[in-house]
Design a protein around this ligand. Structure first.
Ligand SMILES: [Fe+2]
Length: 273
């Protein structure tokens, strides 16, 4: 039986309700006529979101010259898609390392987000969209874990060290779908733009078949994190050399990239954990 988004929404209530504060914020961010102060007001009503946004906007990640002291200033620094990613991650309970999610999921998300940001900068692209897409690229995995744990257990493989990861072939057999396709539906539901939905849907595809530059950047970013030893909780990027070549970077990554990656991870952990 195929596990579709409607089932997740209706039976398991694990996505935010359409009238929740998160969904209001996500739709406001879509409105071309919205005033900055309206968005700021919704963010201010959520103290933990306000704190995260301000910390992130003032972190080395965005390297601003003058400290940002108000939510709207923070939104302007980090960009709408990072606000979307933080709101979605918080409301799905993915921003808490001790939350109900597969072992290692939080670390993999942070490692991938940092990796995607490092690769984006290397290739001269603004880091925020790559960061947002990478942070949530495996969102389907914890949702399957919570919604259908016995079936999730059937779709994992375990290595000698007890690390488990979802296996795409097994997912398709057990669920009739996989975390990438389900995750893409969830991202659409949460009003993410098509470029970010494509990252989630296509992150397991071979880089040579991927046409979107953002998706190629994120795949290379995940490969960077995995190469540095930050293991995956789903299938690792099959060919990291191809992933790097697809964004015109040579493999293996330079020492500078690896150093930047670890700094970014430490930074994000302090902001998001
Ligand atoms: Fe994945």
């Amino acid at each position: 039986m195929s596990l579709q988004l409607a089932t997740l929404v209706e039976e398991f209530s694990i996505l935010p309700e359409q009238d929740s504060a998160t969904m209001r914020l996500l739709s406001l961010l879509d409105d071309p006529n919205v005033e900055g102060r309206d968005i700021a007001r919704v963010i201010e009503a959520d103290p933990s979101m306000t704190a995260r946004l301000l910390t992130l906007a003032n972190s080395a990640f965005f390297a601003v010259k003058n400290p940002v002291t108000n939510p709207w200033g923070a939104v302007m620094v980090v960009g709408f898609n990072v606000v979307r990613a933080l709101a979605a991650s918080g409301s799905l309970g993915l921003g808490d390392p001790a939350g109900e999610m597969p072992k290692g999921f939080f670390d993999h998300s942070i490692g991938s987000a940092a990796g995607a940001a490092v690769v984006a900068r290397q290739v001269g692209v603004r880091a925020s969209d790559a960061f947002s897409a990478a942070l949530l690229h495996d969102v389907g995995s914890p949702l399957l874990y919570r919604a259908a744990r016995p079936r999730w257990e059937e779709a994992i493989v375990e290595d000698d060290e007890g690390n488990v990861r979802l296996c795409l072939t097994a997912e398709r057999a057990v669920f009739g779908s996989s975390h990438d396709q389900l995750g893409a539906q969830v991202m659409e539901y949460l009003h993410f733009p098509p470029s970010i939905v494509d990252v989630v849907a296509s992150h397991n595809n071979p880089s040579a078949l991927v046409t979107s530059r953002l998706t190629r950047i994120v795949i290379a970013g995940i490969a960077l994190a995995e190469t540095a030893g930050h293991s995956s909780t789903t299938e690792p990027i099959a060919d990291p050399i191809d992933a790097f070549e697809a964004v015109d970077l040579s493999f293996p990554p330079t020492e500078t990239m690896l150093e930047e990656l670890e700094n970014e991870i430490a930074d994000l952990r302090a902001v998001l954990a």
